[in-house]
Design a protein around this ligand. Structure first.
Ligand code: ADP
Ligand code: ADP
Length: 231
């Protein structure tokens, strides 16, 4: 699904250069569930921006779903982003004045899906995250965990190749965080590929694999040991 070969990213601001990623090699297969960890400034956001086709590397190659992203221009990049990536953010990024259902329908409006199919797909996405009973509520009538479930449903509706989540539990209390991680685990069991950034070891433990960054380098790449695996 994802393959990065000797990937590097240098930011240039006038005379100043920052090497945010250095010689990164990562392969992520379909149906994986990966956490990206590392201290502030270690390159996590830069990596997520590249995976999400929001920015490009300055060296090396990035392949997504068989496409060499490194060679695309901005217009092609935007197209791939809309087709292949479902984004989930720390602050939910829902529109406040419309219902959960309407929020989930939005990406399909941009994708040109007809109104009837839009409604059906939005409802089934809300069912997948266990929120069908709240679909006519607006974001301010929902808890943080419920808002994040709406955002996950919105990320799912165009059947992306991968869900990218940037600190998805960063604004949630621990019980809502558990709730969200169990939604991600269920989706992953259904075959959804998920990559998330987190600072919290408890959150990373719910994934299957942890990539740790430091100073722009990939420092470790470890399978998450589950209690069952240890037996
Ligand atoms: P993290 O998400 O792990 O905090 P970032 O990817 O945001 O790390 O940053 C990695 C390094 O790149 C840091 O030194 C940061 O200051 C720098 N950096 C990030 N974005 C930019 C940018 N747009 N311009 C210049 N430097 C940047
Ligand atoms: P986080 O650590 O929460 O991921 P950061 O504070 O590293 O976030 O970055 C927030 C935003 O600011 C990112 O979009 C990043 O690209 C940008 N950024 C980070 N460092 C710099 C920098 N030195 N110069 C310009 N932009 C930066």
């Amino acid at each position: 699904m994802i393959s990065m070969k000797n990937l590097g990213k240098v930011y240039k601001n006038g005379q100043i250069q920052v090497e945010a990623l250095k010689n990164v090699n990562i392969d992520i297969e379909k149906e994986e569930f990966v956490a990206i960890m590392g201290p502030s400034g270690s390159g996590k956001s830069t990596l997520m921006n590249i995976i999400g086709c929001l920015d490009k590397s300055t060296s090396g190659e990035y392949w997504l779903d068989g496409i060499n992203i490194s060679t695309l221009n901005e217009v092609q990049l935007a197209k791939i982003r809309n087709l292949k990536i479902g984004f989930v953010f720390q602050s939910f990024n829902l529109l406040p004045r419309i219902t959960a259902l309407q929020n989930v329908e939005l990406p399909m409006i941009y994708a040109g899906v007809g109104s009837k199919e839009r409604r059906n797909r939005a409802i089934s996405a809300l069912e997948r995250v266990g929120l069908e009973k709240r679909m006519h509520h607006k974001p301010n009538e929902m808890s943080g965990g419920q808002k994040q479930r709406v955002a996950i449903a919105r990320a799912l509706v165009n059947s992306p190749a991968i869900i990218l989540a940037d600190e998805p539990t960063g604004n949630l209390d621990s019980s809502s965080s558990e709730e969200i991680m169990s939604v991600f685990q269920d989706l992953n069991k259904e075959g959804v590929t998920i990559v998330l950034v987190t600072h919290e070891p408890d959150i990373a433990e719910h994934t299957k694999r942890v990539l740790r960054f430091r100073d722009g380098f990939l420092k470790s790449d470890e399978v998450v040991k589950k209690p069952l695996d240890a037996k």
